[in-house]
Unconditional design. Structure first.
Length: 387
C-alpha cells in the first residue's frame, strides 16, 4: 500500500511538471485553441477508458494485478517527457493519447490491489492516503517546474524533458517494492464470463452509482479549462504552476481527511458535500472576473476532490463482489473516462462560441442533476456485512 503511494507520488511529480504548463504551451507555443484543447484532453481520457474496462476484467480473470500495473506506469513514463519535442499540437495529442493508454492499463488493477490488501472498514482511509500521496506529488511537480523556469536558459520544452527523471524512479519502486498478496497469485484463473453477466451480478446499487457518476462527469470537463481561465485573467505561466501546487496541497489534505471521515459517517454525505462544492466553484468561475477571486475559488476547488476521490473508490469496492473487483473498477473508471470526450468537447464548444460563463454554468447545472441521482444510492452496501 505504501509502495503504491510512493509510486503515485513520483508519477504525479513527473506528470505535474508538465500538465499545468500544457495549456500555455499548446495555446501560446503551438497555436492550438480552446476546441483543440478540449479535443486533446477528451480523446486522451477516452482512450484510457476502454483499456480501464479491459484491464479490470483481465486482472480478475488472471488473478494478477502487478504485470498490468508495471506495464501501464512504464508506458506513460516513457512517452510523457517527449511532449518537449513536439512541433505541433497533433503530436501532443498523440503523446497524450499514449500516456493515457498507460493509465488505462494500470488504474483498475492498482485500485483493485489496494482493496485486496485493505480491511473493508478502512477502505476510505486507504484510498484517502493513496490519493493524498498522489496529490503530494502533484504539489512537488509544479514547484519543480516553477523552480526550473527561474533558470534563465530553461524553456517549457526543457522542463518537459526533465520529467523523465521521476518517471524512472517510479519503475524502480514498482519492480523492487510492490508485491501482490500471495493468495491472489495462488488462485486459479477465473472462468470466462461476459461483460453483460458481470454487469448483472454487480447489482442495481452499483449501477445507480455509475449513473450518477456518468451525469456528473458529463459536466466535469478537463481542469485544463480552469487553468486556461486563469491564464486569460492575466496570471503568468509561473504563477499558474505555483497556484496549481497550492491547489494540490488542499487536495492532499482534503483526501487524507475525507477518506477516513467517510469510513465513519458514510459515503453519501461526503459525495453530496463534494458535488455541492463543485457546483459552487463552477458557478463562481462563471461569474467572477477578478484574479484574486478566481485564485480563492480555485483553491477551494481542491475540497471537492477530497470529498469525492477516496469516497468513490471505497464505495465501488464495497458495492462490487470481491471476485469482480477489478471489473467493477474498470467499469467505474471506464464510464467516467468515456464521458470525458463529449464533456470536454461540449465544454470547449460552449467556451469558444458563447463564453466561459455559459460553459461553467452548464457544468454546475449537471452537478445538481447528479446530486439528485446519488441520493438514490444506498449508503450501506451489502459488503458491510463482511466487516
Amino acid at each position: 500500500m505504501i509502495a503504491l503511494g510512493v509510486v503515485s507520488f513520483f508519477t504525479d511529480l513527473s506528470s505535474e511538471m508538465i500538465y499545468p504548463l500544457l495549456p500555455v504551451f499548446l495555446v501560446g507555443t503551438l497555436g492550438a485553441g480552446a476546441v483543440a484543447l478540449g479535443a486533446i484532453e477528451g480523446l486522451a481520457e477516452s482512450a484510457a477508458s476502454v483499456l480501464k474496462v479491459v484491464s479490470g476484467r483481465w486482472t480478475d480473470r488472471t488473478r494478477r494485478r502487478k504485470p498490468l500495473i508495471v506495464s501501464g506506469y512504464g508506458l506513460s513514463g516513457a512517452v510523457r517527457p517527449l511532449i518537449g519535442a513536439a512541433a505541433g499540437w497533433p503530436v501532443v495529442a498523440l503523446l497524450r493519447f499514449t500516456d493515457r493508454v498507460g493509465k488505462g492499463l494500470r488504474t483498475s488493477p492498482r485500485d483493485a490491489l489496494i482493496a485486496d490488501v485493505t480491511p473493508l472498514a478502512r477502505l476510505g482511509a486507504a484510498y484517502g492516503l493513496h490519493r493524498a500521496m498522489d496529490h503530494a506529488g502533484a504539489v512537488a511537480g509544479p514547484l519543480a517546474a516553477a523552480g526550473l523556469l527561474l533558470i534563465p536558459a530553461m524553456t517549457l520544452r526543457g522542463v518537459f524533458f526533465l520529467a523523465a527523471i521521476p518517471a524512472a524512479v517510479v519503475m524502480f519502486v514498482l519492480v523492487v517494492a510492490v508485491r501482490e498478496p500471495a493468495v491472489a497469485g495462488e488462485r486459479p484463473a477465473a472462468p470466462r464470463s461476459s461483460l453483460l453477466s458481470d454487469w448483472s451480478e454487480m447489482g442495481v446499487e452499483f449501477r445507480r452509482l455509475l449513473l450518477a457518476l456518468l451525469v456528473f462527469t458529463l459536466g466535469n470537463s478537463t481542469d485544463a479549462f480552469l487553468l486556461l481561465r486563469l491564464s486569460e485573467a492575466g496570471l503568468a505561466a509561473g504563477s499558474i504552476a505555483l497556484l496549481w501546487a497550492a491547489h494540490h496541497v488542499v487536495k492532499m489534505a482534503a483526501n487524507y481527511l475525507g477518506g477516513g471521515l467517510s469510513d465513519r459517517v458514510g459515503r453519501r454525505p461526503l459525495m453530496v458535500a463534494g458535488w455541492t462544492v463543485y457546483g459552487a466553484v463552477y458557478m463562481a468561475f462563471a461569474t467572477v472576473s477578478s484574479q484574486a477571486g478566481l485564485i480563492v475559488v480555485f483553491l477551494a476547488y481542491g475540497l471537492y476532490f477530497g470529498f469525492t476521490e477516496p469516497v468513490e473508490r471505497a464505495w465501488v469496492a464495497r458495492l462490487a463482489p470481491e471476485k469482480l473487483r477489478g471489473s467493477a473498477f474498470g467499469l467505474y473508471h471506464g464510464t467516467i473516462g468515456l464521458v470525458a470526450l463529449p464533456a470536454s468537447l461540449i465544454f470547449g464548444g460552449i467556451y469558444a462560441m458563447v463564453g466561459p460563463g455559459a460553459a461553467f454554468a452548464t457544468g454546475a447545472a449537471l452537478a445538481g442533476v447528479a446530486l439528485a441521482l446519488v441520493l438514490r444510492v444506498p449508503d450501506l452496501p451489502r459488503a458491510a456485512s463482511q466487516e
